[in-house]
Ligand binder design. Structure first.
Ligand code: SF4
Length: 567
């Protein structure tokens, strides 16, 4: 066991506030694993919330585990040190349950790498009675968990706040051996036991059928938190070693009613549930009493929170500064921007997503250019020096004009930001953050083909060329090849699990795994799917009606606006 790695864990702990240390005696032990680095995992509010809820259960001890930094992997191999929990530095195999919290499909490979590093057999079917039970939750668990399903004993489908308590209770009271435990679990709403669903494939390679076995329901229904006020969703642990570690994160509600046609979160977290002002006010007062100075409001679309004005006042009345990660240009108000400016915000972030109004209407993010310009006016008038805008390339119906319009729009925004400058001070920076569109399950664009890495790279070049003459515009983007990987995993079926296993065995080298895998990535990514095709996730029910998605897909292709009430 590496002393260096233990010391590193202790240094991280020493910098934290709010860490929970529990005695193991007589308690059910669960390792809560974020399959990415400490800095990424500790910025995730869902992960932090489940850590807090699990440790609030008297009969449970929950400790965190993260993917080691690349430099630490060599040390682990050299000293034969397995992945260790942070709190007590115990190996993963000491825990009775190992729960992965997965927010990004790209982290699937890291899930398997961690199991391999811990010397736990990867596939559920290969594990023995003394191995820990492996489970997974997070948004990937209820969009399409099929590529990773062969490696999970069970999967928590939906919002876990209530369900984790029931699962721990069931384990404590009923765990004698795996099969009888799973017999009980398949009857719980929101629990998916992959081995109790047999998948068959048609000659053309699509999913033919998914048959439930041994008490499993034919359709697995998402668990939804009905009373959002009953569970506080706030970060439990503060740390300077994570991006948002310096502020208290607070979720204002779940879901978003806007219905942008590309957006997974806007679909699978339905219906929209806002926390009440009274509940948030009580939480903010508690946080202020604990000495918190800065609060980060979190939600699918925070500026749509119906009582945002009242909330801003409550934050300020408690002497706290405010932070919000991204805002909609069409729900920005002067009060909100002013409050962010007083809170020390140096950058305001918006997501126009497309360069033209036509494409914005097609993706159902119908923000007008005039609204974007008005947002620039507010930003400049309130003295926020930097603006960041998210765009997405490769969306359905996109043309070369839509791509060329992104630098053009950037130029007009820049001009507007400068025009309003009353002091003649130069405006800071306009950042264009360009992502590649990845078709997601449960959205109207689930049938759309992925654009392909080469086409996306060419579009990125067009944008970069277009802004070259602007001195204070910078372009950030991911590698389109990584988007291609995400596209494979987002809409893959169980056979994609072979690719994941290969990538894990190759120590995460997914490019090589793609070359060596005998599956056809294009079948899952760049192929347009007919609306009648059975999707790998059709045996789940997350509260989204397929007929509504088909209507929205057809409307997008026909360039028609959305019907009222289809959000
Ligand atoms: S506004 Fe659109 S993109 Fe943003 S969360 Fe809502 S549905 Fe998703």
């Amino acid at each position: 066991m590496s002393w260096k790695l233990k010391q590193k864990a202790q240094a991280l702990l020493a910098a934290e506030q709010g860490t929970v240390y529990r005695d193991w005696g007589g308690r059910v032990s669960i390792a809560l694993v974020y399959p990415n680095t400490y800095a990424v995992g500790m910025s995730n509010l869902g992960f932090q919330t489940i850590y807090r809820h699990l440790n609030a259960l008297p009969a449970v001890v929950c400790e965190r585990v993260f993917l080691p930094e690349p430099a630490d992997l060599d040390e682990m191999r050299r000293t034969s040190t397995p992945p260790l929990s942070l709190e007590s530095q115990r190996p993963l195999t000491d825990f009775q349950l190992i729960g992965f919290s997965v927010t990004y499909e790209g982290d699937y490979i890291n899930v398997l790498r961690l199991l391999e590093l811990a010397k736990i057999p990867l596939r559920a079917a290969e594990r023995r009675y003394h191995d820990p039970l492996i489970l997974m939750g997070g948004v990937c668990a209820f969009s399409n968990p099929e590529p990773i399903a062969p490696f999970m004993d069970f999967i928590v489908v939906g919002e876990g706040e209530e369900l984790v308590g029931e699962l721990m209770q069931a384990y404590r009271e009923g765990y004698r051996e795996r099969e009888t435990f799973l017999d009980g679990l398949v009857r719980l709403e929101g629990v998916y036991v992959p081995e109790r669903h047999d998948v068959t494939y048609a000659p053309d390679g699509t999913v033919a059928d998914v048959r439930p076995q041994r008490g499993a329901p034919p359709i697995v229904v998402k668990r939804r938190l009905k009373q959002v006020d009953e569970f506080r969703t706030i970060a439990a642990v503060k740390t300077p070693n994570a991006e948002y570690g310096h502020m208290a994160l607070l979720e204002v509600g779940k879901g978003c009613g806007r219905g942008c046609r590309f957006c997974l979160e806007g679909q699978v977290y339905r219906p929209v549930r806002h926390r009440s002002v009274a509940a948030l006010s009580a939480t903010i007062a508690d946080l202020a009493a604990q000495g918190e100075k800065r609060i980060g409001l979190v939600g699918a679309c925070v500026s749509d929170y119906p009582w945002i004005g009242e909330l801003l006042k409550i934050v300020e009345d408690n002497g706290m500064e405010l932070s919000i990660s991204s805002l909609r240009a069409d729900s920005l108000t002067d009060d909100l921007v002013a409050s962010l400016a007083r809170g020390g915000h140096r950058t305001l972030t918006m997501a126009p997503e497309a360069g033209t109004e036509r494409l914005r209407r097609a993706i159902r993010k119908a923000i007008t250019d005039a609204q974007l310009m008005a947002a620039c006016d507010l930003v400049r008038a309130r003295g926020i020096p930097n603006l960041k805008c998210y765009f997405m390339i490769g969306q359905p119906t996109e043309t070369s004009e839509d791509v060329a319009a992104i630098p053009d729009l950037a130029g007009r925004m820049l001009e507007r930001l400068r025009v309003l400058d009353p002091t003649g001070k130069p405006f800071g920076k306009l950042t264009l953050s360009i992502s590649s569109f990845v078709p997601k399950p449960w959205t109207p664009f689930q049938w759309a083909p992925f654009d392909g890495a080469e086409s996306l790279s060419a579009k990125l070049e067009t944008i970069k060329r277009g802004v070259r003459t602007f001195s204070n515009v910078r372009v950030l983007h991911e590698n389109p090849r990584e988007a291609a990987l995400q596209a494979l995993l987002a809409r893959g079926d169980r056979r994609v699990g072979d690719f994941l296993e290969l990538a894990a065995r190759l120590e995460g080298d997914w490019r090589r795994a793609l070359r060596e895998w005998d599956g056809d990535a294009g079948f899952y990514t760049t192929r347009e799917r007919p609306v009648g095709e059975r999707m790998p996730w059709d045996h789940f029910e997350v509260g989204v009606k397929k007929a509504g998605l088909v209507r929205e897909w057809e409307r997008a292709l026909a360039a028609e606006p959305a019907l009222a009430g289809t959000a």
